[in-house]
Design a binder for this molecule. Structure first.
Ligand code: HEM
Length: 181
């Protein structure tokens, strides 16, 4: 069954969807590279700046996306009510984690009195009093709670989309892509 234009997400939403995935992979990969450099080295700090830049871009993109989405018709596709609710809950949790991860990352840097910079161009003023315990708590939440939660949510989200695409054959992924079929 082909997907009509009315059943497809608009091109702006589609762009935001795939750009978010690319930026999340970039934020993770940058931290993997960063591990190769010794603590305190310029290279390590530079990769941390690019990690923050990727992360802050995700935050801004997600806010824009939610704003844009609020004025877009939600394409309709036939599916059982439980699937519709499961999809909505997973998507809502994805937005919550995509907005929370950067905020927890910023808080970890602020309470450690480390810089928060966007591409080395925009620097956030130091707003918080130094607090090593809070800095560690926010960094641990960022790395050990929100990151695994994001991986699980993306896994469930992708598995559901693939199941629709190849088991239910309703070309659901086409709704979020540029397929002509
Ligand atoms: C959705 C966006 C983000 C994602 C997916 C993300 C992902 C990650 C991951 C996977 C790690 C663990 C790396 C490791 O294995 O050590 C990490 C660590 C960290 N991230 Fe993010 N991050 C994001 C946004 C941010 C932002 C915006 C900031 C700060 C402005 C930030 C600051 C940090 C800090 C301080 C650490 C701990 C580094 C350390 O332990 O030395 N992150 N992040």
């Amino acid at each position: 069954m082909s997907i009509q234009e009315t059943q497809r997400w608009g091109s702006v939403i589609r762009l935001c969807h795939w750009l978010t995935l690319i930026l999340v992979v970039a934020a993770w990969w940058i931290m993997e590279i960063r591990h190769d450099f010794p603590k305190g080295s310029d290279e390590r700090n530079l990769w941390m700046m690019w990690h923050m830049t990727a992360g802050l871009s995700i935050w801004v993109l997600t806010i824009f996306r939610l704003g844009w989405r609020a004025f877009q018709p939600v394409p309709h596709v036939e599916m059982p009510i439980w699937q519709r609710w499961a999809a909505r809950i997973v998507q809502a949790l994805l937005y919550v984690v995509l907005l929370a991860m950067p905020i927890f990352g910023i808080a970890a840097r602020q309470f450690a009195e480390y810089s928060v910079s966007y591409a080395g161009v925009i620097d956030m003023p130091q707003l918080m009093q130094k607090n090593a315990d809070l800095a560690e708590w926010f960094a641990d939440m960022h790395e050990d709670v929100l990151w695994p939660a994001l991986l699980v949510l993306v896994g469930v989200h992708a598995a559901a989309a693939l199941w629709h695409q190849f088991a239910m054959r309703d070309n659901l992924i086409g709704r979020m892509f540029w397929s002509k079929r």
